[in-house]
Ligand binder design. Structure first.
Ligand code: GLC
Length: 529
């Protein structure tokens, strides 16, 4: 059955949870989280009200980029567990009504992948064309001006075969050549392999990448500002963002839809233009979800956020589900970026994320209001941003262990074991300290997910902006009215005309002509209810 024929889209109105496996729970005492830890944490996620989990990379890898340098697309990283563990995890999640998405990295492999090892063996090797090789440019240097994610030339000289190879990320992450038909065939098999094992879908890494300009033209200079305009002064118009990628997703979607329960394709679509973002949904025949980075990088202010939400909804094809997230392993945690650790703002952000129509994606720790951790230079683990000067800042700050309790290792690993990244010093923010307190951030988050599931589950709710005073943002989402005060001053919003179901402060105050909202307070009401 094709999904256009009414197949159940479980991700509509659902809550996904990005789980950074290495930092979730260590059950084998090596200081890294593992699949056993994910299994052990499933009851917690089910209690929280999560519908699906996206696991950060789980495939074998030398870990130059912590799994985003894949050496075997059909395996499980031995540090994390075995294929049996993965099967068990999918089955155990299923018993609790939760789906499991894996992270798929199709833009590049590890240089340790057998395809690259073979490709580097000789110019005539069978896998040579799986990668992007080029002769030196006219000046004898790299073929063009492209830069990698560290700001260095995106080309490395390969002395043995006397050509450059392309890497948009680290030199040990050679880019695949999507002009080569065999690469397509390989990935179709990879998709089927995991879908057949019960994976509910993939988060697709660098989904705007894959194809590179066939003529290898120079990237133009960056014109706009901010992380979505480009990096290191260049707009990646030719090193990524080629239109041919859409045909790949049409092929993948056909496979995803061929399963009795359609598999989900969720793209890491790093684009600043909402029209281009919408393009990744195709005519409901490409990705079913695409991450909205303009929203991630919005300022935490009513005019900016409400404008991006309205524009997103206007651009997306009818029936498509937006994907709202605010934290991840690259961009950092919203409780820091948006909220400066201010709990009032963290509560408000969770309320808004949970009431926007579409799919919400939490990052592990968002639900307890975990902030970024300042990781000292000597303890940093991310080679790509260790210098701290890159366009993403230092990424270790948002990859530190989940805080389960206030103990010295935060309950992430045994007391005698050194976690792979420090747990940070804000011991007060942890699951044990909040779990039994309905007034905690975790309690609020759980209430929000439960309300969300009841109101929005299985559909993309309608959205309508309502009049709001300066600093306020008010909207209808499905049958709910949301009133949010994004300011340091109290504001009075129009009476929603029905009971308040939930408030970030636990209380609401009536005021002449409406409801008085405290600074950074948000409420959800049901008009006519
Ligand atoms: C994506 C990942 C990031 C990784 C990069 C290269 O942006 O989210 O963590 O370093 O791709 O795979």
């Amino acid at each position: 059955m094709n999904s256009k024929d009414g197949q159940h889209r479980w991700w509509h109105g659902a809550t996904l949870y990005q789980l950074y496996v290495r930092s979730w729970l260590d059950t084998d005492g090596d200081g890294y989280g593992d699949l056993g830890g994910v299994i052990a944490g499933l009851d917690y996620l089910s209690w929280l009200g999560v519908d699906g989990i996206w696991l950060s990379p789980t495939m074998p890898s030398p870990d130059d980029d912590w799994g985003y340098d894949v050496a075997d697309y059909l395996g499980v990283h031995p540090d994390l567990g075995t294929m049996d563990d993965m099967d068990r995890l999918i089955a155990e999640a299923g018993k609790r009504g939760m789906r499991v998405l894996l992270d798929l990295v199709p833009n590049h492999t590890s240089s340790a992948h057998p395809w690259f090892v073979d490709a580097a063996g000789s110019r005539d090797s069978g896998h040579r064309d799986y990668y992007v090789w080029a002769d030196p440019g006219p000046d004898g240097g790299p073929p063009n001006n492209w830069l990698d994610a560290t700001g260095s030339p995106a080309w490395s000289w390969h002395e043995a075969t006397k050509q450059y190879y392309l890497h948009n990320f680290l030199a040990s992450q050679p880019d695949l050549n999507w002009w080569e038909p065999a690469v397509h065939t390989e990935f179709l098999e990879i998709l089927r392999f995991w879908f057949d094992r019960g994976a509910a879908g993939f988060r697709i890494d660098v989904a705007h990448g894959l194809y590179k300009d066939a003529k290898l033209r120079d990237n133009p200079p960056e014109t706009g500002e901010g992380p979505l305009a480009g990096h290191f002064g260049q707009q990646p118009s030719y090193s990524a963002n080629r239109p041919q990628v859409h045909a790949v997703y049409r092929d993948w979607r056909r496979i995803a839809d061929s399963y009795p329960e359609a598999r989900l394709l969720l793209g890491e679509t790093w684009v600043g233009d909402l029209g281009r973002l919408a393009g990744f949904y195709g005519n409901d025949d490409e990705l079913q979800l695409a991450f909205n980075f303009p929203f991630v990088f919005a300022s935490f202010a009513a005019p900016d956020m409400s404008a991006i939400v309205a524009k997103t909804l206007a651009r997306l094809p009818a029936g498509a589900s937006p994907a709202w997230t605010a934290s991840n392993h690259d961009v950092g945690r919203f409780p820091t970026r948006w909220c400066d650790g201010d709990e009032r703002k963290i509560r408000l952000a969770l309320l808004v994320l949970a009431t926007l129509p579409g799919t919400m994606v939490l990052y592990y720790g968002d639900e307890i209001g975990m902030t970024d951790v300042g990781v000292p230079l000597g303890l940093r683990q991310d080679k790509m941003t260790r210098g701290g000067t890159g366009w993403q800042g230092n990424r270790d700050r948002a990859r530190t262990p989940m805080r389960w309790d206030a103990s010295v290792t935060a309950g992430f690993t045994a007391a005698a074991v050194a976690p792979w990244l420090p747990v940070g010093d804000n011991a007060a923010v942890n699951v044990a300290g909040q779990r039994d307190d309905p007034a905690s951030v975790l309690g609020l988050c759980r209430d929000l997910l439960s309300l969300r599931r009841a109101e929005f589950g299985g559909r993309v709710a309608g959205y309508q902006a309502l009049a709001a005073p300066p600093g306020g943002w008010a909207y209808r989402a499905g049958a709910l009215t949301v009133l949010a005060n994004f300011s340091d001053r109290p504001v009075t919003c129009q009476d929603p005309g029905g009971p308040v179901l939930l408030s970030t402060t636990g209380t609401t105050r009536p005021a002449a002509g409406g409801i008085a909202l405290a600074p950074w307070q948000g409420v959800i009401a049901r008009p006519g209810g």
